[in-house]
Design a protein around this ligand. Structure first.
Ligand code: HEM
Length: 493
């Protein structure tokens, strides 16, 4: 095949039969792919049994292929593990085609840019709730960020309002998040889907054989783990539907994606363009696609603030100068806060939430810059490498929002590319912005201290699930001054 075509992109020497499988590490694959770019260039290839992987460490190449040629770069690898786990209706894992387009349309109806403008007041309200919760119980900041990240989506998808920390919807989403982070860990369920899949040596064919073997049989672990999680995933799909259906009977269901579509289905029956499974699947993907990623992004922001006090001080200075100390920030302030915008963009770039994204799959043979990309290649847009590109970012490992004021470009790829780009990006971006601006307006975030006053600095260490987030760390979150405290206390407007 290579004789008839230009060569593949460069790549390291491979083992016979298993190709590069042995080289790909279990931890921090994004970092490994980034290191490849130093030796083999920003477009490299790896071979794994049955497939070619194309690693893109260049924003330009990712945009040229995944954005501009998205017609042939928008497929996914089939994930038998995920289907077994109960995710058969998750658009994130669908092959490119009619069913994919249908689900994207359903998502777009509720998450397009214009629609998201109408959610801004609710997001501002949730931002105020967040700072109030942080004020009263700062040690549980992770829980508060989780609630913030989940609550708006629950309103949009199900018309459900979280009123207490032991809300069953929060429990369901946290169980599902646990399953997903366990799955993505090396040696577990994402084996046939993510780049991690290839780190574990199970390819599709092998999985098809092992999935029905008894649990003691070597190599059956991912399938068994998937089965053990099925209950949580099924509950996440079924509980909200039953809840809203009951409310519809009682006449208490709030306007939501689910109510709207369930009413449509009741009205039109089989003439309705969407089936009950379509509706359930899209509602669930909103719920799970948004919560973990938004929470991880905000946890990365908190870590950066502990490690970069001077950035925090400069951001607070900008807020004080631009809006004063008498109120909390709102979305109208966004254009007037360029440094805060830089903090947001650095949060996306510095240690980004989805370091290797979700790989795309190519649908036709292609040639790019004289290099051959075979049909069926797994395309990894390695956002980790793209955001650390030293040709684009000066001292890329430093969290420095002022780089954008000096003219460095905003990062690309943290929400993916082309026809697979994250459908929740408008919503997520506003959520993360209001949370960052509100937290900075009210609190000083600093390291906790030893008894003798020595600060305990958290390490830049991350747990890689579908979304990567910092290992648990402690920090002090205290109001900046009495005005800030009062704003947080009275913040509901
Ligand atoms: C900061 C928060 C978020 C980040 C960093 C993020 C990141 C991503 C990334 C990198 C992808 C893969 C795109 C690709 O394959 O090119 C993706 C896909 C997806 N995201 Fe997000 N996301 C976030 C929030 C959300 C929200 C709020 C929702 C829904 C309400 C959502 C729903 C989805 C869905 C359904 C997909 C699959 C799209 C497809 O395969 O066609 N995400 N996201």
């Amino acid at each position: 095949r290579q004789q008839k075509h230009p060569p593949l992109p460069p790549g390291p020497p491979a083992d016979p039969i298993i190709g590069h499988l042995r080289m790909i590490p279990k931890d921090d694959p994004g970092g490994f792919f980034y290191e490849l770019s130093k030796k083999y260039g920003k477009i490299a290839h790896l071979r794994i049994p049955g497939r070619t992987m194309i690693i893109l460490n260049s924003a330009q190449a990712a945009m040229d292929l995944l954005d501009k040629r998205s017609g042939i770069y928008s497929d996914r690898i089939t994930s038998h593990v995920f289907e077994l786990m109960g995710w058969a209706y998750n658009v994130g894992f669908f092959s490119y085609g009619e069913r994919f387009r249908k689900h994207r349309r359903m998502l777009n109806d509720y998450l397009n840019h214009k629609k998201c403008q109408s959610y801004l007041p609710l997001q501002a309200l949730e931002g105020r709730r967040l700072v109030q919760n942080l004020l009263y119980n700062p040690d549980r900041f992770g829980d508060h960020l989780n609630r913030f990240s989940t609550s708006l989506i629950l309103r949009i998808a199900y018309g459900h309002e979280i009123v207490s920390g032991d809300d069953p919807f929060l429990k369901i989403v946290s169980d599902v998040e646990h399953c997903l982070s366990e799955c993505a860990a090396p040696g577990s369920n994402l084996v046939d889907l993510m780049p991690i899949s290839y780190f574990n040596g199970l390819n599709e064919g092998l999985f098809l054989i092992v999935k029905d073997l008894p649990s003691w049989f070597p190599g059956t672990y991912p399938a068994n783990q998937a089965r053990s999680y099925r209950h949580f995933i099924d509950l996440m799909h079924d509980y909200p539907v039953e809840h809203v259906q009951k409310q519809m009977v009682e006449g208490t269901a709030q306007a939501s994606f689910l109510r709207n579509h369930l009413e449509g289905l009741q009205r039109e029956g089989s003439d309705y363009p969407y089936t009950a499974d379509d509706i359930k699947g899209v509602a669930a993907v909103m719920y799970t696609g948004g919560a973990d990623t938004t929470w991880s992004t905000l946890s990365i922001f908190m870590l950066a603030m502990v490690l970069y006090p001077s950035v925090q001080a400069q951001a607070q200075e900008e807020i004080d100068e631009s809006i004063g100390r008498d109120r909390l920030p709102n979305f109208n302030d966004r254009p007037n806060l360029p440094y805060i915008e830089g903090v947001l963009q650095e949060t996306y770039r510095w240690n980004n939430t989805a370091p290797t994204g979700i790989p795309h799959c190519s649908m036709e043979d292609d040639i790019y810059n004289g290099m051959f990309i075979p049909k069926g290649s797994v395309i990894v847009a390695n956002t980790r490498g793209i955001t650390l590109d030293g040709d684009v970012y000066k001292e890329p490992r430093i969290f420095d929002p002022s780089r954008y004021l000096r003219g460095e470009p905003y990062p690309v790829g943290h929400f993916g590319f082309g026809r697979r780009i994250c459908p929740g990006r408008h919503l997520a971006d506003s959520s993360v912005w209001i949370a960052i601006a509100s937290i900075l307006a009210v609190f000083n975030i600093s390291p906790v201290e030893e008894a003798d006053g020595t600060p305990i600095l958290p390490k830049e260490e991350f747990i890689s699930g579908i979304a990567s987030h910092p290992k648990p760390f402690k920090c002090r979150i205290v109001p900046r001054n009495e005005k800030a405290r009062a704003n947080a206390e009275n913040g509901y407007d």
